[in-house]
Design a protein around this ligand. Structure first.
Ligand code: ADP
Ligand code: ADP
Length: 243
């Protein structure tokens, strides 16, 4: 069983009735199928408007696709009842680290929010976990009380990553996580993501329009264009050698 199975997903932002009459070219996603295995990263590459964010939303359970099925750890994500644990096993990191966080929350409260929602830790345990997470992503205890505007874009993305790994998830959806960062910070964040992946056996869906970033982190690579998966390189070897 794959960690994530996406089977024949088709989505149009218009109603079902309209979808039948609509041309494929007007669909945000057309018949998308792929799998993500445990401990691997699928890079999803495509130009603006290709359907990358729509696919991210569909997989996060935020946008029910009109056709197709998504299985996460064998469970249909859009079934009436899904196990509570599945929610915490899939986390997300977005591109714009500033608008993704509440500007009035401290680093500690941003990171501990998922812990508060899902785990019953004592205040001391929670604080220790937050400090461990900050240190794991290259920040320190002195950062706990700082607000988002006191961090650089790269530091804030580290906080978003700390928050995403706090519940020890199996899959992280990374939606353009380095696209708003300078080259140096892009490299550092990709290195951190690669380390966390091998350390914790994490899986990623890495959504990007940046081919270099995709190559730096992906084990397999898909190319999305106008809502269709036009290429799917099943192994790093395959996409690095094909011309
Ligand atoms: P990408 O993330 O690759 O830039 P999107 O998934 O945002 O692509 O968009 C795919 C297509 O769906 C585009 O044609 C876009 O205009 C359309 N689209 C995206 N979001 C919406 C929405 N909320 N309502 C209607 N159409 C949308
Ligand atoms: P400890 O020394 O306390 O055992 P760990 O190395 O297990 O520390 O964890 C350090 C931090 O990394 C913890 O705050 C924990 O929440 C986080 N962490 C540990 N394992 C995972 C995992 N599988 N996925 C995501 N985060 C993890």
């Amino acid at each position: 069983m794959s960690l994530l199975e996406v089977d024949n997903v088709t989505h149009s932002y218009n109603s079902k009735r309209l979808l039948r009459r609509k041309k494929e070219s007007e669909q945000a996603l057309t018949d998308i199928s792929f799998r993500i295995e445990e401990g691997t990263c699928l890079g999803l590459l495509g130009p603006s408007g290709a359907g990358k964010s729509t696919l991210g939303k569909v997989i996060l359970g935020l946008q029910r696709p009109q056709r197709g099925q998504i299985l996460f750890q064998g469970h249909d994500l859009y079934a009436a009842r899904i196990p509570h644990k599945l929610r915490r096993d899939m986390q997300v990191v977005f591109q714009d680290s500033y608008s993704a966080v509440n500007p009035r929350m401290t680093a500690a409260s941003i990171i501990s929010e998922p812990l508060e929602n899902y785990e019953k830790l004592s205040p001391a345990e929670q604080y220790r976990t937050v400090v461990e997470l900050l240190e794991r992503v290259g920040l320190s205890e002195t950062d706990v009380k700082k607000y988002p505007h006191e961090f650089s874009g790269g530091q804030l993305q580290r906080i978003n990553i700390a928050r995403a790994i706090a519940l020890r998830p199996k899959l992280i959806i990374l939606d353009e996580p380095v696209s708003s960062l300078d080259m140096v910070n892009q490299t550092l964040i990709l290195k951190l993501l690669n380390e966390l992946k091998s350390e914790y056996g994490l899986s990623y869906l890495f959504i990007t329009h940046d081919i270099k970033a995709a190559f730096a982190i992906s084990d397999t690579l898909g190319v999305l264009e106008k809502g269709k998966l036009i290429e799917l390189y099943e192994s790093k070897n395959q996409f690095l050698t094909s011309s």
